[in-house]
Design a binder for this molecule. Structure first.
Ligand code: NDP
Length: 256
């Protein structure tokens, strides 16, 4: 029988930063489509609440407390998911932070913290998950970029560097692992209402209004806007889609 294009029954997904924001929006979509979801984060209370919510909606979920910048913690996280859920079909590299400062004010520790959380973590998690996907003969990796993968901003030098890097890392993994039947794609969120941007809205004067004025959809994105793209890029529907960077931005990036 031909597989249903958007069915994720029996699949196992890891979502880093899946305990809140965009990651939780994606985790909800994946769980609803039938996948068991491992939610990875550092904050235990947030992770317990996210897992409880996914289970209450009828999904299967588990929490793994891990810092995705730590190679040993990432290796242990992947081993635990394999042991407890049996396999790894889908990896969403979503964990991310920003430190809002112009380039001349950013110190090296801040630069490294942003690069490690946003970019190095995607390398560590992808490399750790690759053997299981290769052995299974298929896999899906989704990396989260940003509008800063395309544009620059005075207040986001390390963030923009990390998110530009995510797109090139995505393309490289897509080429390297095509022969293993692993599709690797990036999603570039526009301005989405989450904890991350709540802080930005407080710190940057007029940001809220500027985003509304520039976004053709005339609204901020919601985390629910990420369920569909997560399911598409994790399912057989996207088996011939690899190396792309898909904006989910209400048209922000095509506005002249
Ligand atoms: P949130 O701050 O709501 O979520 C960030 C998530 O990352 C949290 O779940 C956090 O979990 C996790 N995280 C951060 N550092 C680590 C770490 N070292 N180890 C493990 N988990 C970590 O932000 P968003 O949902 O807004 O952001 C999610 C992704 O989307 C990020 O990559 C961000 O750059 C990107 N993005 C967001 C946009 C927006 O408008 N909101 C726009 C474009 C891109 P915990 O606290 O438990 O560690």
């Amino acid at each position: 029988m031909t597989p249903k294009p958007f069915d994720l029954s029996g699949k196992v997904a890891i979502v880093t930063g899946g305990n809140g924001g965009i990651g939780l929006g994606m985790a909800r979509g994946l769980a609803e489509a039938g996948a068991a979801v491992a939610v990875v984060g550092r904050n235990e209370a947030k992770s317990i609440a996210a897992v409880a919510e996914l289970e209450q909606s009828g999904g299967k979920a588990m929490s793994v407390i891990a810092d995705v910048t730590d190679k040993a913690a990432v290796a242990a996280m992947v081993e635990r998911v394999k042991r407890e859920l049996g396999r790894i079909d889908i990896l969403v590299n979503n964990a991310g932070i920003n430190i809002r400062k112009p380039p001349h004010a950013l110190d090296i520790e801040e630069w490294e913290s942003v690069m490690k959380t946003n970019l190095t973590s995607a390398f560590l998690c992808s490399q750790a998950a690759h053997p299981a996907m290769k052995a299974a003969g298929h896999g899906k990796i989704i990396n989260i970029g940003s509008m800063m993968s395309i544009f620059g901003a005075s207040f986001a030098p390390a963030y923009a560097a990390s998110k530009g890097g995510i797109v090139q890392f995505t393309r490289s993994c897509a080429v390297a692992w095509a022969a293993d039947n692993i599709q690797v794609n990036a999603v570039l969120p526009g301005w989405i209402d989450t904890d991350l941007t709540k802080r930005a809205r407080l710190e940057i004067d007029g940001l809220h209004e500027r985003v509304l004025a520039r976004t053709p959809a005339a609204r901020w994105g919601a985390i629910a806007d990420f369920a569909g793209i997560a399911v598409f890029l994790s399912s057989p529907a996207s088996d011939f889609v690899t190396g792309t960077a898909i904006p989910v931005d209400g048209g922000y990036s095509i506005m002249g």
